[in-house]
Design a protein around this ligand. Structure first.
Ligand code: NDP
Ligand code: MG
Length: 386
């Protein structure tokens, strides 16, 4: 049996992981589960999974959590520090599924104390890729991606050398606005943007998928994870979301990983790595599927992709700038302060400002935090004029 901690059990990835842990209950002992605000779901999952520790990040919910779990034998705690302490408990596997920048520090700590870090929180690699990789190398921690594209690339890379890789082709579904004109994109709201045609995910990543900021983040994530040069990265729209990503090798051969559009596959693979355990997911039926389509990305409608390339070219903490500006812009879009297309303007503004500074190539996590806060303030100020 392996010990496992799940950070963000109350979210979309977390709940899918919880179902797998119930299905594979003879394989895992649950050490920690954490939530942010959803105290009812956290209590429900605690009763279902019987972890040793239950942590709620928002301290205001501690009393309610304690009363919901009265009579059970869990060690309950609350607050940001409690979350970091929980990440410091040694385990075989940590699944990091907190959304956004708050998950980054948690990944950096969990990377020190876990044998395997199953990483869903893409912000960790985008904002702090070199720091995370260094911690994993120093502590001999296996970093296994959960993001479906990166899980696909990781699986295709097994037995291969990075030196033979000619290109990495990230696939994307195209999101809900694949066929929406740029004119109409100006007026879409957050509810429309959050309704993804293929994947069932949390609200923030769903909207990021609609703007292709998710794919943009994934480009940076790929570079940080596999250490490939920017010119080897490509994006192609694959509307059925069956091909999760591909690698082109120097002999012209292409390896792809395929599966249903269900995160269970990537989560199950990461937490069981290097083993592959059976899962109760849909099996692909090619006769029924009949065709797979491919389309280029419309760069005018989706400027996020070019902005990611720009961030990678700038280097230093440009990934953290990119993420902070995108997260702040998304917050403003969610409260109708800015339009859908304005989000890219916010990110471009933040990158322009950062490029004017002296780019710091040696930085620690505190520098990233400072940069994150600064970028959010600047984007908020600038967005008043939009
Ligand atoms: P959700 O929004 O569904 O869930 C986010 C989780 O993070 C919840 O458990 C939430 O708690 C917790 N959380 C939010 N803010 C904080 C905080 N400040 N401190 C501690 N915990 C917090 O997100 P997803 O599950 O969709 O995504 C999780 C991560 O995985 C993201 O980084 C996303 O980009 C990545 N990912 C997701 C995919 C998907 O299919 N959903 C696919 C690939 C990657 P609560 O709900 O209790 O407030
Ligand atoms: Mg993905």
């Amino acid at each position: 049996m392996r010990t496992i901690s799940i950070f963000g059990i109350t979210g979309s990835i977390g709940q899918t992981a919880a179902n797998i842990l119930v299905e594979q209950s003879n394989k895992f002992i649950i050490t920690v589960i954490t939530g942010g605000d959803n105290v009812a779901e956290l209590a429900k999952q605690a009763i279902r999974l019987s972890p040793k520790y239950v942590v709620i990040a928002n301290e205001a919910h501690l009393y309610e959590l304690r009363s919901l779990l009265m009579g059970y034998n869990f060690e309950i705690s609350a607050g940001r520090q409690a979350l970091m302490d929980a990440a410091s408990i040694p385990v075989d596997v940590s699944l990091q599924a907190i959304v956004g920048f708050p998950g980054v520090q948690c990944s950096l700590i969990a990377a020190k104390f876990s044998k395997t870090l199953a990483l869903a929180n893409k912000e960790s690699l985008v904002c702090a890729g070199p720091l995370l990789q260094k911690i994993c190398t120093t502590n001999n921690t296996k970093l296994v991606p959960v993001d479906s594209e990166h899980s696909a690339i990781f699986q295709c890379m097994l037995g291969e050398s990075i030196l033979s890789v000619e290109r990495i082709i990230l696939t994307g579904s195209g999101g809900p606005f694949l066929n929406t004109s740029i004119e109409n994109l100006k007026h879409v709201n957050s509810k429309q943007a959050a309704s993804h045609p293929r994947w069932s995910m949390g609200q923030r990543i769903s909207i990021d998928s609609a703007s292709m900021f998710n794919k943009a983040m994934e480009l940076i994530e790929t570079k940080e994870l596999f250490d490939v040069s920017i010119d080897k990265l490509e994006v192609i729209i694959q509307p059925q979301s069956i091909i999760h990503s591909m690698i082109g090798f120097n002999d012209g051969s292409i390896k792809a990983q395929l599966g249903p559009a269900d995160m269970s596959g990537a989560i199950g693979y990461a937490i069981n790595f290097p083993k592959r355990e059976s899962l109760l997911v849909e099996r692909l039926n090619f006769a029924k599927l009949r065709q797979l389509d491919f389309l280029p990305v419309d760069q005018l409608k989706f400027p996020a992709i070019n902005l990611a390339t720009r961030a990678m070219n700038i280097g230093g903490m440009a990934g953290a700038v990119f993420n902070a500006a995108k997260e702040q812009a998304l917050d403003l879009f969610l409260i109708d302060n800015i339009g859908f297309l304005d989000m890219a303007i916010c990110v471009e503004f933040a990158l322009n400002e950062y490029e004017l500074n002296q780019i710091k190539h040696n930085y620690i996590f505190e520098d990233i935090m400072e940069q994150d806060t600064h970028t959010r303030v600047r984007v908020k100020e600038m967005a008043k004029g939009l």
